[in-house]
Design a protein around this ligand. Structure first.
Ligand code: SF4
Length: 508
């Protein structure tokens, strides 16, 4: 997709939503923290496949190893052996904001006097351009164009003034706006913190036998290192983990909770637990709810792998229509690159999915998928299933229509590219060539996940964090009026220099 802040990168070959990142942190003296982090990154690989990185604090310095590619491509056994220490963080990235390549890979390093910090971030800061300009005016240098480096530099800048990283983080959180779950290390401690709305997930886990603590984007990363889920990191909270244990501080007041509801629909792994339920059971419930909201007269229910499958099981369970596997996924497809022609784009989809003819030939199908973004993949799936002999295709989508761009870490940032923002449900049905099409309602979706506040902005345009005009200019279609876009007037916003002055006064 074209991303204006990203120099016009075109992801025309991709019709999928992409999470920006997965993060992990561990404090475990005497353990192989680098290898534990590597295992966790493999568990979180679905959250980003463009780059991977690990930083380790060994008591006297912080070492980082990062590069483009999957975790298994970036790290060798020798790399792991070279990264020894007591504390580590890791990151996998699908970048939509800022630099690509090595410079955009995380963790970011920053020097503060004699000390070094490394930071890894999941989410998007909506005011990073403004903060970067302010830091450049204060002669703070930058290596990349990412919002995550803005956070790193800001923490470095304030920590220099306060001499305490926790103070530096707290002051930085007063200025950051948007979605962020972050992990940070210096030579001997781990920090983890989350935006005041809790848009991106972050959980705390404890290693067995008091061996240490870890934090991760999802519980599947805790499972892989044998950690017990303790709790979610709270919105606006900072955790510091070192030899004195876990210390919690509410750095900024929590706001209305707004966890990204798409974590439940698509991003998170089905074996992860969020808000007390496995993602798998949430998805089964979504399929059941969709079967009640949008029944179909059909012979067989199939799901589009992976996230459509549990929802298809739920749809079948509720409707009484048998379920079977109608599409096979190739699990070894890496990046499919930009496909310049329609023919190559279709091959790209076939590289990932292939129909099971003997299962679907002659059948009236209900096809359950997680979402429709541009519609190109759905169109190709419908065509593929008809060629394989399906007699009717009823598409059922376990999310509402995506009509609004996301500014909080997902790469749907131009409304014109979203098919449901441009066409009615009937028109989309015609365009993808299905016999019928239905989407789960917002109310239905919310009834399938645990109670609490969720961000649903990509469905209803209710943005939970206000967005500066420079970030949204040119991204909305005429006639759309999203809520909560305009920033507070410049005069009422706090500036980096003001926070620094306040710190100086407090230190006197
Ligand atoms: S706009 Fe949509 S994808 Fe973005 S954070 Fe909100 S719910 Fe998630």
């Amino acid at each position: 997709m074209t991303n204006q802040r990203d120099g016009g990168r075109d992801r025309a070959g991709s019709d999928e939503l992409h999470e920006e990142c997965g993060i992990f942190g561990v404090y475990a003296p005497g353990k192989d923290v680098a290898r534990m982090t590597y295992f966790a990154l493999v568990a979180l690989q679905h959250r980003g496949q463009e780059s991977a990185g690990i930083a380790v604090g060994d008591g006297s310095t912080v070492l980082v190893n990062k590069d483009e590619g999957l975790a298994s491509q970036v790290f060798t056994d020798a790399d792991m052996s070279a990264l020894s220490g007591d504390v580590a963080i890791g990151h996998v990235r699908y970048g939509t904001n800022g630099s690509k390549g090595w410079r955009g890979a995380q963790p970011h390093l920053s020097t503060i006097g004699d000390s070094i910090i490394a930071l890894a971030h999941n989410g998007t800061l909506v005011n990073s351009d403004d903060l970067r300009r302010q830091l450049l005016d204060l002669n703070v240098p930058f290596m990349s164009n990412t919002d995550s480096e803005v956070a790193t530099r800001l923490i470095g800048y304030f920590t220099q003034n306060t001499h305490h990283i926790r103070e530096g983080v707290r002051s930085t959180m007063e200025l950051l706006e948007g979605a962020y779950a972050m992990v940070l290390i210096n030579e001997r401690a781990l920090y983890a913190f989350r935006d005041p709305n809790g848009i991106r997930p972050l959980v705390l886990g404890e290693l067995p036998d008091g061996a240490g603590w870890c934090v991760a984007s999802e519980t599947c990363a805790l499972d892989i290192v044998g950690a017990r889920f303790v709790r979610d990191v709270r919105p606006g909270e900072v955790l510091r983990v070192d030899d004195s244990g876990v210390v919690s501080e509410q750095a900024v007041p929590p706001r209305e909770r707004a966890l990204c509801i798409f974590e439940h629909v698509y991003f998170a792994r089905p074996d992860s637990v969020m808000e007390g339920d496995t993602i798998y059971s949430d998805r089964v419930r979504m399929g059941q709810c969709l079967a009640r909201e949008a029944p179909a007269d059909a012979d067989l229910v199939i799901g589009v792998p992976d996230s459509g499958v549990p929802a298809a099981v739920g749809y079948a369970r509720e409707s009484g229509i048998p379920y079977d596997q109608g599409l096979v996924k190739n699990r070894y497809v890496g990046r499919t690159f930009i496909q310049p022609t329609q023919e190559l784009r279709e091959m790209g989809v076939r590289m990932k999915l292939n129909p099971l003819r003997e299962v679907i030939a002659g059948k009236r199908l209900v096809v359950v998928d997680d979402s429709i973004v541009r519609g190109t993949t759905s169109k190709q799936i419908v065509r593929m299933l008809r060629e394989a002999g399906a007699t009717e295709i009823h598409m059922r989508i376990v999310s509402p229509e995506i009509k609004w761009p996301c500014f909080y870490g997902i790469d749907t940032d131009v409304q014109g590219q979203l098919i449901s923002a441009n066409y009615t449900c009937e028109e989309v049905c015609d365009q993808i060539g299905a016999d019928s099409l239905a989407f789960l309602s917002i109310g239905g979706l919310k009834s399938c996940v645990s109670p609490g506040g969720y961000c649903c902005a990509c469905f209803n345009g209710d943005y939970v964090v206000e967005i500066p005009e420079e970030s949204f200019r040119g991204k909305f279609l005429k006639g759309y009026h999203p809520n909560n876009l305009t920033s507070a007037p410049e005069s009422t916003r706090r500036r980096v220099s003001e926070v620094a002055e306040q710190i100086e006064k407090e230190n006197q």
